[in-house]
Design a protein around this ligand. Sequence first.
Ligand SMILES: Cc1cc2nc3c(=O)[nH]c(=O)nc-3n(C[C@H](O)[C@H](O)[C@H](O)COP(=O)(O)OP(=O)(O)OC[C@H]3O[C@@H](n4cnc5c(N)ncnc54)[C@H](O)[C@@H]3O)c2cc1C
Length: 449
Amino acid sequence: MTASTSTVSPWKAELRSADPPRAPDYRPRLAPLPEDPEVLVIGAGAAGIGAARTLVERGVRVAVLEARDRIGGRAFTVSVRGHALDLGAHWLHAGPINPLVALGRARGERLKLAPQESHVWVERRRGRPDEIRANARAFDRADQAMTRGAAQPGPDRPAESALPPGLGPWGARVAQVHGLVSGRSLDEVSLHDFPSLEYSENYFLAGGYGSYLARLANDLPVALASPVTRIDWSDRRVRVETADGTEYRARAVIVTVPVMVLRDGPSFSPPLPNAVRAAIDGFSTGLYEHAVLHWPSSPFRGRDRLAAIHGARRSPAGLLTRIDGTPFHYYELDVHEAEALDAAGSEADGVRRHVRAVLAEQFGRARLRDLTIPAVSAWRHDPWSRGSWAVVPPGHAPAREFLHAPLADTVWFAGEALSRLQWGTVGGAYEEGTRAAAAAAERIRIGTG
Ligand SMILES: Cc1cc2nc3c(=O)[nH]c(=O)nc-3n(C[C@H](O)[C@H](O)[C@H](O)COP(=O)(O)OP(=O)(O)OC[C@H]3O[C@@H](n4cnc5c(N)ncnc54)[C@H](O)[C@@H]3O)c2cc1C
């Protein structure tokens, strides 16, 4: 590697942040980079960590370059009043196929199966048994109809068009929740892509998902605060430059930078082929943000349970109550709330006022007397994520698979956007990292064998 003059990352400046940055709850011990890496991995989120672990296991010399001064990307656990809380990913989805569930079990991590049932809250009171059943039926009917719709031959269309009629008063809530977990409203989401995510058997992990991922990075060779600005793949040996002008060379590079960030940088030389550029740029930006509530007198008891809130008043699109049995809860902002707050120019305190106002409509002001909101995420304003996850709009479903093909046997892409069965998740990103790493390691072995 060589160092030259310092340059500032060109696409970094214009985004604003919300809360002041927080320190991670757990920082892994990182190894120094090898002198002569065979593979460079760009980004030390789930995909980058999955890739690096796979390469190390296979005896391949790897160097990971990470823009932030911490690892984990969109999986980030912080300590708030002595409790570990996730500002990004929190659920280990898709238990039967999520590699981080199997690995967690093997490592003796404290996994807890997430409860299936939600608290149901209707018009400022607890739901009656018939309402709880009707709520569950509406979700089942919608899921079946959308899965059927996606399996039908014919052109792709918005997922919303497959919602069954006659869901009555529950229909709005079904669309709101599916829009929340999709990252955009269903009229902007591909029906062909929609049902591919496997949601059964979700888990939580004591101490936070971000800290678990950080533990998996122990002893990996990662350079922090090293944003990559340029990838030159014109030659058999790829050249990668970071913002301070340091240049790295290797036989292959695995790019795990979120597709929302890749729209503007790093630059590729030669430029990416048109079809690859179109596949990357065709994803839309999913928005989903956490407001961390500390609310001892909330009406919800038990632990780690979603609250489904119905009625004519404004309601949180998502509310995960009593994290780990504590007075902490996550209020989940969906794309509509996030975009409306941004349009109004709201910073973190504006988000807090909005969250309070919505909760007051549902629970009454008196109930909020001990509510505080110690943290608010703003992944959409973070230059290294620029959103929560990538969303496939109608017609763009083949892009996930298309991006699996390497460029010139030198550049591989990986990350949550490329996962079909676990899109938008940590498990999917990790798996994509291991896939790309196995392929790159194989090419190197053939090339030198
Ligand atoms: C609020 C929120 C809640 C979520 N909830 C869940 C959940 O409950 N369960 C779940 O499974 N998933 C959830 N997700 C999604 C999940 O966090 C992501 O899908 C996953 O973490 C993505 O991993 P990744 O490796 O693809 O990308 P990232 O984690 O974004 O990692 C990419 C890395 O690349 C780095 N980088 C970017 N640009 C450069 C550059 N130029 N040079 C060097 N490095 C660079 C970034 O800093 C980052 O560390 C949530 C996301 C958010 C935002």
